[in-house]
Design a protein around this ligand. Structure first.
Ligand SMILES: [Ca+2]
Ligand SMILES: [Ca+2]
Ligand SMILES: [Ca+2]
Ligand SMILES: [Ca+2]
Length: 279
């Protein structure tokens, strides 16, 4: 078994040599818009990511996506109306409509301790599904932080930099700046932080993904906007597996805007095989 693990690692290592040039061979994001033959018309409904196809033929279907199980340790520094969840009013997957942080306690005139306690459940509902219309949204010049435990621990497919990334961050228009880092359950940071900037956010292939937007007043805006994504291999995060992630836009020096959707995939040979490498 030990030998098998090494062979798997060795076999994948041969891919790594070309991984630095693999930008020309990105993953394929296959999505659907039930009820809409034109994906650009589904901006007020469901835009469902069905699977991710890796260049080496490995495919991960949406039931195997690993979403955040919770949102914890929420931090926010900003004014009213700048931190909210969005999703099509006609969406059947996720939390429909627009929900603002300050409205959670029934009084939208201020941000209370109760708002901060109640909003994480809405954030979790928003992120933990494959409807790309359902995202957290942050206006410019404010900052947020949160800790998310993934539903299951995810292992790196290869302990070198490889062409099967584990973490996918989606962002409307690709203008976010945010930082992700592995951490422990108690919040101690692990490994290396990875900063996601506009340059890291790319168009989905084979087809661009189109999503909706809400006005600052919380009403659906007309038209569709491109959703971009950044892919992160766990090696970049300086870990071989991850369960807890700290996400923040604080200290990134960006403009603060950071709407977000995040999911993870596990294409590793299996935790048992990975662990045996170290036996
Ligand atoms: Ca309030
Ligand atoms: Ca990997
Ligand atoms: Ca790796
Ligand atoms: Ca954005």
């Amino acid at each position: 078994m030990h030998r098998t693990s090494n062979l798997i690692a060795f076999g994948l290592a041969s891919i790594v040599a070309s991984a630095a040039l693999a930008q020309s061979q990105p993953v394929r994001m296959i999505y659907s818009t039930p009820g809409y033959s034109d994906p650009r018309q589904a901006f007020n409904a469901d835009v469902l990511l069905d699977r991710i196809e890796f260049p080496d033929g490995v495919v991960v279907e949406s039931p195997q996506f690993v979403f955040p199980a919770e949102v914890k340790q929420l931090g926010y520094s900003g004014t009213l109306g700048c931190f909210r969840t969005v999703n099509g009013l006609a969406a059947s997957v996720g939390l429909p409509g627009c929900h603002r942080l300050e409205a959670c306690d029934g009084n939208a005139a201020s941000i209370s301790i109760n708002d901060m306690k109640l909003f994480p459940a809405k954030l979790k509902q928003t992120i933990a599904n494959n409807n790309m219309n359902n995202r957290t949204e942050l206006k410019a010049n404010v900052s947020f932080s949160m800790t998310i435990p993934l539903a299951t621990r995810v292992w790196d497919s290869n302990f070198e930099v490889d062409e099967r990334p584990e973490i996918f961050i989606f962002e409307e228009q690709g203008n976010s700046v945010l930082k992700i880092q592995a951490c422990t359950e108690t919040g101690s940071l692990l490994g290396t932080p990875v900063e996601i900037r506009a340059v890291n956010l790319v168009s989905a292939l084979p087809d661009k993904i189109w999503v909706g937007r809400f006005t600052s007043g919380g009403l659906p805006a007309s038209g569709s906007y491109e959703l971009k994504y950044a892919a992160v291999d766990l090696t970049q995060l300086g870990v071989t597996s991850v369960k807890w992630l700290r996400i923040t836009n604080a200290g990134t020096g960006g403009n603060g805007s950071a709407d977000m959707k995040i999911l993870a995939v596990d294409t590793s040979p299996g935790p048992a095989a990975q662990t045996m490498t170290f036996d």
